[in-house]
Design a protein around this ligand. Structure first.
Ligand code: HPA
Ligand code: ZN
Length: 342
C-alpha cells in the first residue's frame, strides 16, 4: 500500500477481527433514546446529550451500573437486531472482517425478556450482514460473574435448546461483569460443563483483578483466550507463559483509559507486551461508552505508543490468529494483511 496513505486509512484497510466487544456496549445514546420511545420506557435523562455526559467513569462498576441501565430499553427481537446491525455496520466501516461478539442473556432474562428473543435478534443481524457484505460473526454467550454459578447453569440450560438453530454462529462462552470478588473458581463447574459441550471458552481476567485471576482463568476455567489481561504484567512468570503458550489477550485500550485501569494511554503496557511477543490484540469492548470503535482504538494507541505500521499490521495479524475461525479463512485473511503491510 502507498506509504503516504494516512494512518487512519491504513488502519481501516488492514483486515481485522474484533474479539472483545459486548453487544450491549455498542448501544449508542441515540439508539437508547429511540428504543426507549419505541417501547415506552422512561429514562432518567432529559436528552441524548445528558446521557452522554453521564459517561464519566471511575472504575468498572461505575460503568456497569450505566451499562445495565442502558440495556433496559431492549425489549423486542427487532431491538436486538437494530443494535447488532448498527454495530456490524460500524465494524465493517472499520475494516473488521470477522467479529466474535459477547452478549449477556442474564441482563435481559432478569427483566423478563425471553432468551429466544435475544438470540434471534442478534443472530438475524449477523446473518443479514454476512449475506450483504461477507463480514462474519460468532457469538460468545457470557455469564455475569456478579450472579451465582447456579444462575449461570440456568442460563446455559435455557440456551442449549437454541443450539440447534444458532450453533453455526454461537460457538463460545464468556465471563464478564464485576471482576473483583468474583474469581474464576466461582464458575469452575459451569465452565467445565461448557467445555464438555464443545464450546470455545474465553473469560475476562486481569482487568481490575489480580494477575492470579488470569492464571486461574487458564488453569481452572481452561479459557483459551483472556479478555483484557493487562494486569498479567504484575507477574513476569505469567507473562512468560503467555508468550510461550501464545495465549491471546484481547486488550481494549480506550476502555482501560475510561475505566481508569490506566491513567494515560502513553503508559499502556500493550506495546511492551507486543514487543515481548505476547499475542495481544486490540478491541473496543463497549464502544458506545468508551469513546471509540476498533479503528479508533488502533489509532489512539498508534499515536500514544508510537507504534510503527508494521506493528499495527502485526496487531491485525494477531487478531486473526487469536480468532476461532477455521484455519483456511485465517490463512486467507493473513495473506491480505501481508499484502497491505508490504
Ligand atoms: N469488563 C467486565 N464486564 C464487562 C465489560 C468489561 O470491560 N464490559 C461489559 N461487561
Ligand atoms: Zn469486556
Amino acid at each position: 500500500m502507498n506509504p503516504v496513505v494516512n494512518l487512519d486509512d491504513y488502519i481501516k484497510a488492514l483486515p481485522k477481527t474484533e474479539l472483545h466487544v459486548h453487544i450491549e456496549g455498542t448501544l449508542e445514546p441515540e439508539l437508547i433514546f429511540e428504543l426507549a420511545q419505541r417501547n415506552n420506557v422512561s429514562l432518567p435523562y432529559a436528552s441524548v446529550q445528558a446521557l452522554r455526559e453521564a459517561y464519566a467513569f471511575t472504575n468498572l462498576q461505575s460503568f456497569l451500573d450505566l451499562y445495565y441501565a442502558g440495556a433496559s430499553v431492549l425489549i423486542t427481537e427487532q431491538d436486538f437486531y437494530d443494535m447488532t446491525m448498527a454495530y456490524l455496520q460500524r465494524a465493517h466501516a472499520d475494516g473488521v472482517c470477522h467479529a466474535e461478539i459477547m452478549f449477556d442473556p442474564q441482563t435481559h432474562t432478569e427483566r423478563g425478556i425471553a432468551i429466544e428473543t435475544v438470540f434471534s435478534g442478534i443472530a438475524r443481524a449477523v446473518r443479514d450482514m454476512q449475506a450483504r457484505t461477507g463480514l462474519t460473526s460468532y457469538l460468545l454467550m457470557s455469564f455475569l460473574r456478579h450472579l451465582s454459578e447456579e444462575a449461570a447453569f440456568e442460563t446455559l440450560n435455557a440456551a442449549l435448546p437454541l443450539r440447534e438453530a444458532y450453533g453455526d454462529i454461537w460457538v463460545g462462552i464468556g465471563l464478564d461483569s464485576s471482576e473483583l470478588g468474583n474469581p474464576p473458581e466461582k464458575f469452575a463447574r459451569v465452565f467445565e460443563r461448557c467445555r464438555e459441550l464443545g464450546f470455545r471458552l474465553v473469560a475476562h481476567a486481569g482487568e481490575e483483578g489480580p494477575a492470579h485471576y488470569v492464571r486461574d482463568a487458564l488453569d481452572v476455567l481452561h479459557a483459551e483466550r483472556i479478555d483484557h489481561g493487562v494486569r498479567s504484567a504484575d507477574d513476569p512468570a505469567l507473562v512468560q507463559r503467555l508468550i510461550e503458550e501464545q495465549i491471546p489477550l484481547t486488550v481494549c485500550p480506550l476502555s482501560n483509559l475510561k475505566l481508569c485501569v490506566v491513567d494515560d494511554l502513553a503508559k499502556h503496557n500493550l506495546a511492551d507486551f507486543l514487543r515481548q511477543g505476547v499475542l495481544v490484540t486490540i478491541n473496543a469492548d463497549d464502544p458506545a461508552y468508551f469513546g471509540g470503535y476498533v479503528a479508533d482504538n488502533y489509532l489512539a494507541v498508534a499515536k500514544a505508543l508510537k507504534l510503527s505500521r508494521n506493528e499495527l499490521a502485526q496487531l491485525a495479524d494477531n487478531s486473526i490468529i487469536a480468532s476461532f475461525l477455521p484455519i483456511g479463512r485465517k490463512a486467507a485473511l493473513r495473506a491480505r494483511v501481508r499484502a497491505i503491510a508490504q
